[in-house]
Design a protein around this ligand. Structure first.
Ligand code: FAD
Length: 459
């Protein structure tokens, strides 16, 4: 840190020590955020040296580290390399951002070019992958999404107490829920799948969630929390033709009537035992298919082969995380919302069930006055202007907020940005996003921009 930060750091440290949590979001500085492999002495040394060298550099938000790559690879890694995957790294995982094998898709030609900065670590192929997932079907490697198993006779009350939504549902139900701090700020967002009476599979954001859950464990041993991530893998099979790919591979019923949205079941896909959860962060029909790591390659091959007649492709993180997620308005914890925000202003108030009884943060939400800010959706007026995230936003010529996530939405043909803005900036308000010293005109839009009726998810 520098002289400029010193007083703020002192305040945050004091709050952390005295109150148990700082008032500013410091998840990026929390020592508990590291995965085990990231604590290896050689890794710490290499990353520290790199930070020192880069201290005055302007780094692209996607710029990957050069050393200590390929620490964690998924069971699909060899197949991904064969398809020309371009990997970037997160939490030690190699994650395909797009596949050069898709360069010949006719959709690539229609993808608008980007300026020099925005086109780094990006390819028009990512746009084509997003379009194919909307028009046909794509497989996304979701393995790095951290998942935990919460078991034991105390598992249900444990999750009910720590999260905001009603998770006391029948086995087979999946619930999107939030973990709050005592002050009502969003610690994380989770998907909780009840697999059996006392067994839950919980999709979390990072090691910080595991650390937090472990700290809250009851002393009587009635709850166990186990990190499943490395021993398992996941393929997101999504797109309007996803059922056409899956149905012939299994005897289980995957019709909408048998397995609705936010429902899960165990099944065999070909010879592979999977847990299938009907969720989609890209807003399309489909399932997250989980299996243990040794079946991963077979699951990939089975789906890829069966999907050929439906025009299946492997699609990368770039299509998933920004283009498709933002068209649907799905919030990314740590980027769009953090412990500094409450669920209502962040647009995830639907995941709070005040009538379910006690949960951590409930009292703070009860007493909270209406917020003066809101996570808002913007469309950039010039379809070729792309911002990257973290830029200041001006309303009426005055700085009024900042961009969290931004991307081009290929299905809607518009550049999208999410930004924290005053509540007065309602849909239709014109604003400006400052990008490299220029003020780029944008308009506040009603969200989500794609399929607001959720017809595609529920098909
Ligand atoms: C050589 C050098 C050059 C730098 N150049 C720059 C620069 O050009 N620009 C810039 O912005 N930053 C620069 N920095 C960094 C900057 O100086 C620090 O980030 C900043 O001073 C940190 O402020 P602080 O108040 O957090 O801690 P400090 O300034 O370190 O203050 C901590 C104080 O606590 C006292 N203390 C420690 N333990 C105890 C205790 N147990 N009881 C009572 N008191 C205690 C210490 O004596 C000290 O006075 C430089 C640092 C160094 C070392």
């Amino acid at each position: 840190m520098w002289i400029t930060h010193s007083a703020g750091v002192a305040r945050a440290m004091a709050e952390w020590l005295v109150d148990g949590a700082p008032r500013t979001d410091l998840h990026g500085c929390d020592l508990n955020r590291f995965e085990t492999a990231q604590l290896a002495p050689g890794y710490v040394h290499a990353r520290s040296c790199q930070s020192f060298v880069e201290v005055y550099d302007i780094l692209h938000p996607l710029q990957p580290a050069e050393k200590y790559r390929s620490l964690r690879t998924t069971p699909f890694y060899e197949r991904q390399k064969d398809l020309g995957a371009v990997f970037l790294e997160a939490a030690g995982w190699e994650r395909p951002h797009w596949y050069e094998a898709n360069a010949d898709l006719p959709e690539v030609a229609g993808i608008p070019a980007r300026n020099e900065w925005a086109s780094r670590f990006w390819s028009p192929i990512a746009g084509a992958e997003a379009l194919v997932a909307r028009e046909r079907v794509a497989m996304f490697d979701m393995t790095p999404l951290k998942r935990l198993e919460v078991t034991g006779r105390g598992a249900l009350p444990f999750l009910q107490t720590l999260t905001t939504n009603q998770v006391d549902k029948k086995p087979g139900a999946v619930t999107y829920t939030l973990m709050l701090g005592e002050d009502g700020g969003i610690r994380s967002d989770l998907t909780v799948a009840r697999l059996a009476d006392h067994t839950f599979q919980v999709g979390v954001n990072s090691q910080l969630d595991l650390d937090w859950l472990r700290r809250q464990l009851p002393a009587d041993g009635s709850v166990q929390v186990r990190d499943l991530t490395g021993g398992t893998c996941c393929i997101g099979l999504w797109g309007p033709r996803a059922r056409e790919v899956l149905a012939p591979l299994t005897k289980q019923d995957f019709s909408h009537r048998a397995l609705g949205y936010f429902k899960g079941q165990q099944a065999y896909v070909g010879g592979v035992p999977v847990t299938a959860l009907r969720l989609s962060y890209v807003g399309e029909l489909g399932w997250e298919l989980y299996t243990s790591a040794e079946y991963g390659r077979l699951l990939w091959d089975t789906l890829f082969e069966a999907g050929q007649s439906a025009g299946i492709i492997a699609a990368g993180r770039s299509a998933f995380n920004t283009c498709m997620r933002l068209e649907k308005g799905y919030r990314l914890w740590g980027t769009d919302m953090t412990a500094e925000h409450d669920p209502y202003e962040a647009g995830v108030g639907f995941a709070v069930k005040m009538d379910k009884g006690f949960f951590v943060g409930r009292e703070a939400l009860e007493g909270k006055p209406p917020s003066s800010r809101r996570l808002s959706c913007l469309t950039i007026d010039d379809p070729y202007a792309v911002v990257m995230g973290s830029e200041p936003v001006y309303v009426g010529g005055q700085p009024a907020g900042y961009v969290t996530s931004a991307a081009f939405g290929y299905t809607i043909g518009k550049s999208i940005a999410y930004a924290w803005l005053p509540v007065e900036a309602v849909a239709g308000t014109t604003v400006q996003v400052e990008y490299f010293g220029e003020r780029v005109p944008a308009t506040v839009a009603a969200e989500p921009l794609f399929d607001p009726g959720m017809a595609r998810l529920r098909s």
